[in-house]
Unconditional design. Sequence first.
Length: 297
Amino acid sequence: MEVIKDYNGRDYRTVWQHPRAKFEDEIETGVTKRLLSEDKGWFIDIGGGYGRLYPVLKKEGRNIVFADFAMNLLEIAEKDIGANSDVFLVAANAYYMPFKDSTFDGGLSIRVFHHMSDPEKFLRECARILSSGGRIMMEYANKRNLARTFKRGAQALREDHEAYGELLYGTHPRFYAKTVDQTGFTLRKTLGVGFIPRFITEKNVFLVPLLRPIEKFLDAVFGTRNLGPLNFTDIQKTGEKTPPNTASFNSIICCPACKKDVEDVGTGMKCTSCARTYPKVGKIYDFRYTADAQLGK
Ligand SMILES: C[S@@+](CC[C@H](N)C(=O)[O-])C[C@H]1O[C@@H](n2cnc3c(N)ncnc32)[C@H](O)[C@@H]1O
């Protein structure tokens, strides 16, 4: 059964105030630019939080949906980027997304897979909403990274989705590749990064300009061999690539529970089949649906 890591009540922006954060953000932005699909049409940031990556995702001819379970983070996104006509904010559970089959031309998901208690179910749902041939840039924590293999030995080499703590997982690259393959995707490329940031503290942050080339070297030598702590992957839904989806927002959404059409009832959306209602608060569509899932901290 899936359990949701709940960021409600927590200001995720504080993570980016750590001394190493600027360096980490720079690394993630760089690798995102390298791997992200160029596709126009509908694009989704799954578990997109407060929209940190909007400046990287923004593109002429692209509509971007930020889907996240945490209403508080979407409220921040609404204040910061909500006025842009290409931004759509949707509160949703990544296991039950309120989008019709084959909707999105592309997408990404960063720092989310490591919270997924049921990675197969999550990837299946990603495949469902993606159009044929569509690509998602998916990041996961590589449990078999170089440092961890030295530290943990056989435990790091075990090919599984290992719980590091409550709702925090590290995934073996082979387990990831197998799950990707079983859920209707092809793994096109993996770039491993993030060797240096964990060693940055307030005291040594001044060394970042010197450490930058070392990170680049480690990324090139070990990151490309599946030994980096953070694996950024480019995965593609099987099938022929289709032209960009030009449908309106109202025609890409559906009931997250029964997947049937929803209609606008003024205060939000209502399912035309099961009659469930989903409120709209400001610019945020609240489609959170949890079935039998539990919330976890
Ligand atoms: C570490 S944050 C990353 C946020 C964003 N991707 C970024 O890199 O700035 C993880 C995000 O995943 C979201 N999340 C975790 N489980 C989820 C689920 N089942 N459905 C939707 N969002 C989820 C959390 O609410 C949180 O915003």
